[in-house]
Ligand binder design. Structure first.
Ligand SMILES: [Ca+2]
Length: 107
């Protein structure tokens, strides 16, 4: 079942598939935030790459109502160690919230 979470880590089976993680072993997202000159860089490390899935990063500057904006991303690495999805955005106050998203190319 795509929405089930048998390992109880909060990541549903469909998302575990997209991220390349084992749905029977608890996982957590490996991410980092870096402050650059005038910019902030957010990166998520994913275990495996699926050709039928696109990963993206969104940002919002407020919670309610959220105004999520999809950021341009770069993908680096493709070996057995996984790969990273990285986005940069202008540095601002407040910093806002970032999140990783995935979507199937041909659902
Ligand atoms: Ca899970």
């Amino acid at each position: 079942m795509i929405g089930a979470d048998p390992d109880g880590d909060g990541l549903a089976n469909g998302l575990e598939y997209a991220l390349g993680t084992d749905p029977l072993v608890p996982s957590q997202l490996d991410w980092r935030l870096r402050f650059l000159e005038g910019e902030v860089e957010v990166a998520f490390k994913l275990a495996g790459r699926r050709p039928e899935i696109v990963s993206f990063i969104k940002r919002t500057d407020q919670v309610s109502p959220a105004r999520w904006t999809r950021l341009p991303v770069t993908l680096t690495g493709a070996g057995p160690g996984g790969y990273e999805v990285t986005a940069r955005a202008p540095r601002q106050e407040p910093l806002g919230l970032f999140r990783l998203g995935v979507e199937w190319l041909n659902p």
